[in-house]
Design a protein around this ligand. Structure first.
Ligand SMILES: NC(=O)c1ccc[n+]([C@@H]2O[C@H](COP(=O)([O-])OP(=O)(O)OC[C@H]3O[C@@H](n4cnc5c(N)ncnc54)[C@H](OP(=O)(O)O)[C@@H]3O)[C@@H](O)[C@H]2O)c1
Length: 326
């Protein structure tokens, strides 16, 4: 497994991590503990040391399952969790230093830890990225020893730039073949400041695997059914904000360009080719997907012609509907 130092935390971690939004559920299905454990076992087995989770994933079951698993594999995993999305309504006013500390305590309990490796503000309203009181409390929580580091998960590039005014260790951002904006300003600045970059939604919710067609049916509780236009949360989290049919067209062009129907290793290697990216975190709803995704660690870099081709497809199909929205 390829490794890289995670920003200035000094931790040497696997370049491919595990995303656990869909851990043991396949988005919407009831939680399946056995499948969740198989996925975590696959991560351990393949040398993954980075896990991304959040207090809201499966109502806390994702964190609890990870907590149970890491107990039997002490000191192997670096677990990044997130907080804030339990607030209802999810508004700036609801963010207080006290609620943040309460969320940290909740995650410590569910993960069964004394100290969290890292906790991120989970895509709060944009104004929160400029809140001195929130970041001051995170500093205090760090001094108390409840967290080792903190950071932010962002929707918009501008939010990451705002958050860099504080002592953040990490930024989690959507970065994939269908989301190129972060590489213009955010990723170079983060690298310069020693901030770890966690590249999420690297497969555009599965679109960039190449496995979906016009006839693919998603479950009614799967956000790929109900959030295509941002009905429940930010549209960018579903298919990376790309219109599904247009995305399929762009995917068919990628298949022609790369000469294969299996885009997974190309899509993940493409993300890792940016040196500012510390870790890429494909989500897996089955253990086999973890084994399949780690192939990209051994996969060669794309050629300059292939890179130019990917950019051309982005410019022709994706840019207009996506680039300036995030
Ligand atoms: N706001 C935030 O901070 C935020 C938002 C979104 C995600 N995240 C994090 O980022 C992680 C990754 O994002 P994501 O899961 O939304 O999107 P993703 O990684 O782009 O796509 C994951 C989906 O792609 C499919 N897939 C993955 N590997 C596959 C393989 N080898 N073969 C076939 N299909 C495969 C699966 O779809 P099927 O289940 O249909 O098979 C899987 O559920 C999440 O798990 C979560 O930890 C954070």
């Amino acid at each position: 497994m390829e490794t890289k130092t995670f920003g200035r935390t000094g931790r040497e971690l696997s370049r491919i991590g595990l995303g656990t939004w869909q851990l043991g559920t396949k988005w919407g299905d009831p939680f399946n503990e056995e499948e969740a454990m198989k996925i975590l076992e696959a991560a351990y087995d393949t040398g993954i040391t980075f896990i991304d989770t959040a207090d809201v994933y499966n109502g806390g079951r994702s964190e609890e399952a990870i907590g149970r698993f890491i107990k039997s594999h002490p000191d192997h995993f670096y677990v990044v969790t997130k907080c804030g999305r339990r607030l209802n309504p999810h508004t700036d006013e609801m963010y207080t230093p006290e609620t943040i500390e309460g969320f940290v305590d909740g995650s410590l309990m569910r993960l069964g830890l004394q100290t969290l490796d890292n906790i991120l503000l989970h895509c709060p309203p944009s104004s929160v990225f400029q809140r001195d009181d929130i970041f001051a409390r995170l500093d205090e929580i760090k001094r108390k020893g409840k967290i080792r580091n903190y950071g932010v998960s962002i929707e918009k590039v501008s939010e990451g730039l705002d958050a860099m005014e504080y002592d953040i260790s990490a930024i989690e951002v959507i970065y994939n073949m269908f989301r190129l904006k972060p590489e213009e300003e955010l990723l170079p600045k983060a690298q310069e400041k020693g901030i770890g970059i966690i590249a999420r939604v690297p497969l555009a919710s599965g679109l960039l695997t190449g496995k979906f067609t016009k006839n693919t049916v998603f479950g009614s509780k799967d956000h790929r059914s109900y959030n295509r236009n941002g009905e429940a949360f930010d549209k960018g989290e579903t298919f990376s904000g790309v219109d599904y049919d247009l995305g399929l067209e762009a995917v068919s062009k990628l298949k022609e360009l790369l000469g294969t129907d299996d885009l997974i290793p190309y899509a993940l290697r493409w993300v890792m080719m940016n040196d500012a990216v510390s870790v890429v975190i494909p989500g897996a709803s089955k253990a086999e997907q973890v084994y399949s995704n780690v192939r990209s660690a051994e996969f060669p870099e794309l050629s300059s012609e292939q890179m130019a081709g990917v950019r051309d497809i982005y410019d022709r199909y994706i840019r207009a509907g996506v680039h300036d929205n995030w």
